[in-house]
Design a protein around this ligand. Structure first.
Ligand code: SF4
Ligand code: SF4
Length: 124
């Protein structure tokens, strides 16, 4: 069946140049890791819808253990995966689901379309 819709957390509407190392450091100072409930949803690379009756197809980052929803390279993720986003970048690019603890209290935060589609499903 043809894939008719897709989404990616790595798409941004504009290009902003900044020092990634500085943003990673600032982000780690701003956001406590303890808030994360390790749902793995922000490690989705693509979500494809096919048919209304069929669950969406999810492609996760290669570094995610899909069973445990843990990153296999967490401590070195920014060195080993250039597409991996710091929390600050993830918020600014709307890469998180709106019920993620890091954004759930911000009414103006808008999630990507596919998280609503996946909500309530037993994600694999
Ligand atoms: S979506 Fe939020 S709670 Fe889930 S893994 Fe990502 S940062 Fe953690
Ligand atoms: S490198 Fe790890 S934290 Fe970053 S997107 Fe991949 S699995 Fe998620």
């Amino acid at each position: 069946m043809a894939k008719n819709q897709s989404g990616s957390i790595f798409n941004t509407k504009v290009t902003i140049k900044y020092d990634k190392e500085k943003i990673i450091k600032l982000s780690s100072e701003m956001f406590s890791e303890d808030l994360c409930i390790q749902c793995g949803r922000c490690c989705m690379i693509h979500v494809y819808t096919t048919d209304e009756k069929i669950d969406p197809e999810i492609v996760y980052c290669n570094h995610l253990d899909v069973e445990t929803k843990r990153c296999k390279i967490y401590k070195n993720r920014f060195n080993k995966e250039k597409e991996c986003l710091s929390m600050l970048e993830a918020i600014l690019t709307s890469a998180l689901p709106k019920d993620c603890p890091y954004v759930k209290n911000y009414p103006s935060y808008e999630e990507p379309w596919f998280y609503g589609l996946l909500r309530g499903k037993n994600l694999k």
